[in-house]
Design a protein. Structure first.
Length: 138
């Protein structure tokens, strides 16, 4: 069994964003040489997320609007965590959107259903953050 590990780095200039990283993950898979197995993709920061969904701009705006209603950024003094910080909402948004995804690998490709893509969700940007890609298989 093979094992492969790579970090993807992001520096999003604004507080929130959704970035399609499917191509990045497929390039990692190509580099790994694994043809059959599993890939784990997870955000290595507690105010970021990795999730699978459709790559449609209206849906992404709906996510952003929905998350902001559930855990608004302001007023920052509304959160206990924000003593000296302003990112409590990012922690809550990450909890909702999830830390990681696992995708089957079949014949050297990510084995998705229709329209599925992998996304990095940023909820407290403006600094470098990483995503772990861990691939195991044969």
């Amino acid at each position: 069994m093979k094992s492969f590990r790579k970090e993807l780095w992001f520096e999003i200039p604004r507080r929130r964003a959704f970035i399609n990283i499917t191509g990045d993950v497929q390039r990692c898979l190509d580099e790994s040489g694994v043809r059959e197995g599993l890939v784990l993709v997870n955000a290595m920061h507690i105010t970021a997320s990795v999730f699978i969904n459709d790559d449609e701009s209206g849906l992404h705006q709906d996510f952003d609007d929905w998350l902001e209603r559930l855990a608004p950024h302001e007023p920052v003094d509304h959160y206990r965590h924000n003593v000296g910080e302003d990112n409590a909402d990012g922690h809550l948004k990450r909890q909702i959107m999830g830390r990681e995804v696992v995708v089957a690998i079949t014949d050297g490709r990510l084995d998705f259903g229709p329209w599925e893509q992998i996304f990095y969700g940023e909820f407290d940007g403006r600094r470098r953050k990483r995503v772990l890609v861990k691939i195991i298989g044969e």
